[in-house]
Structures are given as structure tokens and as C-alpha cells.
Design a protein around this ligand. Structure first.
Ligand SMILES: [Mn+2]
Length: 383
């Protein structure tokens, strides 16, 4: 199964219509989002990834009325047999393991990368489910193999099951239900109750998940950022050469509070430092991402590779930009404005072929900016 970069995945709905009427607003069912879809990733691929130390995976079973969850990594023997009671395994960040999964995520480029999280894939035996629940984030549920019934509710208030360790709605009332076949897709905005139940023993569902930073997270991380970027002289201390006698030695005088308030008021930040913070925050890679560093390489050898090979972002790399400032995995890239068009292309397409379009000086400037990113394992070459 090969994907065309330009495949439109929203069926009869245009991107404009989707963003205006559905995104963060209401569910949308898209029959045949990709006609004749055959999943190149199957349950056996998931079982292999789930054995990996780095992978994030969960196994969910519904036993004696209680929803139970186990966390990976899993040994092969940890996985129940298909003939057991129904079960589901979910594996996150599949786009870090399979180029196909990364290109699949690319079909959702109509939403900014800064909002895109990962491709999670789940496999379920017949009747397998993770129960009725809601999520705080937007999600596209793409049926890749087998069939799954999705029930959704229009309830505003849910009661949750206290016995289960995962979030389960106990008063779920179904408003709509659909059976999704391979190639069908359901979009759900945040907080919509939904319940997916596998109808076959080969049910594979792709979840395209989005992320949105919390207000508290933004504010508290901004305070950390300000702390790290203080430009105050560390040796400067409070002074009171005009101290006058005071009646109560335990009292903090109004002169003292005024002077200290002035010091606090001297903390300043402007639009550009806030933007710098946003670029760094949103380009942070997912937690616990490990990038394999490379042996240092001479600039000359690196420049030679730039000319002959296609440069691409590591599948775990997040590269974003604000105007002419570029951020990669939480770091600011220092580069002359002259070269931003190259970096824009690399960030947007996640790959770039520079070939013979560059003169010596430009190649040198790009080499200097990109070599540290290559050594850090953030970017590599397509062989
Ligand atoms: Mn869900």
C-alpha cells in the first residue's frame, strides 16, 4: 500500500469545510477515506514493537465486570490467545517505527504540526474494546483492518467507574452508531463519549492523536523559561543607604517593600522572548525520546553528503518555525535569515534535496547550521 502525499483524506468534505464546521466542534464520519485500504502494519508488527523497552503500550481486558490495564513492554508470552476473553493492545508513536506510519500521518498536514501528536495503533480480538470513555483531545479513528463498531453519545455529563483503573463511563447512552470497514474514518472532537467494539478477530484501528498544551503548563513553563533567561546581575543586592530609625525592628517598612517591589517590577519580557519560548515549548520531542548521537564528522564530509543525498528529519524530530526563527526538538537554530527558505522546506516536507542548487558559500553556511543537528541525531540522510 503506497500513499500519495496529496491524498485528500476527508472524503466529500473539504479542508475548509472541515475546519469551519467540524474541527473541535462535532464528529464527522468519512466513509472510504482511503478506498481499497490494506494495512501494511498488522497485529504481528504491533506485538514486536510492544516488546521494545522504549515503546509505550497497553493491554486492556474486561474481566469480571472490571476494566483492567497492563502496561508494556510485553513479552510474547504476556499476550493472551485470540480465543481468550476479548482483549485490546494499544501501541503509541508507531510513526517512530514505520516509514509508512510517518507518511500516513502526513495525510493530516491540514492541521499544523504543532498540534499533531502521534499515530497510535490498536489491535483487538472480536468484541475487544477499551470501554465507553471520552478523551480531552481531538482524534481521527481510521479503520485499517477488520471491522469495528463505533457508538458515540451526545451527553454532556458522565459518571465514571470507580472500580476500573482506566476512565470508563458508566452512564453511556449511544446516540449514533456506525460499523467502520477498512478505509473508513471517524473524527471526534474532545470530550465526546465514544465506545468502539471490534467485530472481527483482525481489528486494527489507527488513532491519529492531537495535542494541546494546558494553560497551567504554558504559564508555569514560561516562568521556568524566564528564570533561565534572567539577565539580572547576580551580584547586585538590596541597598538602603538612606535608612532612618524605625520604632518596630520586626516591621518590614514601606520603604523596604517599595524597593523590593521595584526589583520585582523590573522583570521584563517582550513579544519576541515569548515567541522564543513558544517555539521551544512546542518543538519539544515527546517525553523520553532518545536520539542516537553520531561520531563528529568534518564539515567538508558533511557538505559532500548534503549535496549528494536527501536530508530528512528523524521520525522523532519536531521542527517548527515562527516567522524566520527555527526550532528543533526544543532548541533554537542559529542561522542567517538568507537561508530560511531551505529550513522552511525541511520543516514542512520533513526532507530536502539540496543537490546542485547551492553555491559554495551557501553550502558552507547551511553545513555549519545543520552539522550539529546531524551529530545530535535530529536529522539524517535517506540512503
Ligand atoms: Mn478514545
Amino acid at each position: 500500500m503506497r500513499l500519495n502525499r496529496k491524498t485528500h483524506i476527508l472524503g466529500k468534505t473539504s479542508v475548509n469545510d472541515f475546519l469551519k464546521n467540524y474541527w473541535q466542534k462535532k464528529p464527522l464520519l468519512i466513509k472510504n477515506a482511503i478506498p481499497n485500504f490494506v494495512s501494511p502494519i498488522t497485529e504481528s508488527d504491533l506485538f514486536i514493537i510492544a516488546q521494545n523497552e522504549e515503546a509505550v503500550s497497553r493491554l486492556i481486558e474486561h474481566k469480571q465486570g472490571i476494566w483492567q490495564v497492563k502496561y508494556g513492554p510485553f513479552k510474547k508470552s504476556d499476550l493472551p490467545k485470540k480465543t481468550n476473553i476479548p482483549w485490546t493492545i494499544l501501541v503509541q508513536n508507531i510513526n517512530h517505527y514505520f516509514p509508512f506510519a510517518e507518511s500516513f500521518l502526513n495525510l493530516f498536514k491540514f492541521i499544523p504540526y504543532a498540534r499533531l501528536d502521534d499515530l497510535m495503533i490498536s489491535y483487538a480480538t472480536k468484541k475487544g474494546s477499551v470501554g465507553p470513555h471520552f478523551d480531552s483531545y481531538d482524534v481521527f479513528l481510521f479503520q485499517a483492518q477488520g471491522t469495528r463498531e463505533w457508538k458515540i453519545s451526545d451527553q454532556k455529563k458522565f459518571t465514571l467507574d470507580k472500580k476500573s483503573s482506566i476512565k470508563i463511563i458508566t452512564n453511556f447512552k449511544s446516540k449514533n452508531s456506525w460499523v467502520l470497514k477498512p478505509g473508513d474514518m471517524l473524527y471526534l472532537p474532545p470530550n465526546i463519549g465514544h465506545w468502539g467494539i471490534s467485530q472481527s478477530d483482525d481489528c486494527v484501528t489507527y488513532s491519529i492523536g492531537f495535542r494541546a498544551p494546558g494553560t497551567f503548563e504554558i504559564q508555569s513553563k514560561f516562568l521556568d523559561f524566564i528564570q533561565d533567561h534572567l539577565i539580572t546581575n547576580e551580584n547586585e543586592i538590596y541597598k538602603d543607604p538612606n535608612l532612618t530609625p524605625q520604632k518596630n525592628p520586626a516591621e518590614i517598612s514601606s520603604n523596604m517593600t517599595k524597593e523590593m517591589r521595584n526589583i520585582v517590577d523590573r522583570l521584563r519580557w517582550d513579544k519576541s522572548s515569548i515567541n522564543h519560548f513558544i517555539g521551544q515549548l512546542l518543538s519539544e520531542p515527546i517525553e523520553n525520546s532518545i536520539f542516537e548521537t553520531r561520531k563528529p564528522l568534518s564539515l567538508k564530509a558533511f557538505e559532500k553528503s548534503i549535496v549528494h543525498k536527501t536530508l530528512r528529519l528523524n521520525s522523532k524530530t519536531r521542527m517548527l518555525f515562527i516567522k524566520n526563527n527555527f526550532y528543533i526538538n526544543g532548541e533554537f537554530i542559529k542561522i542567517d535569515k538568507k537561508y530560511t527558505s531551505f529550513l522552511k522546506q525541511l520543516a514542512n516536507d520533513r526532507e530536502i534535496s539540496l543537490e546542485s542548487t547551492l553555491n559554495k558559500r551557501d553550502l558552507n553556511a547551511l553545513g555549519i547550521a545543520l552539522l550539529p543537528l546531524y551529530v545530535a541525531g535530529f536529522i539524517d540522510f535517506i540512503q
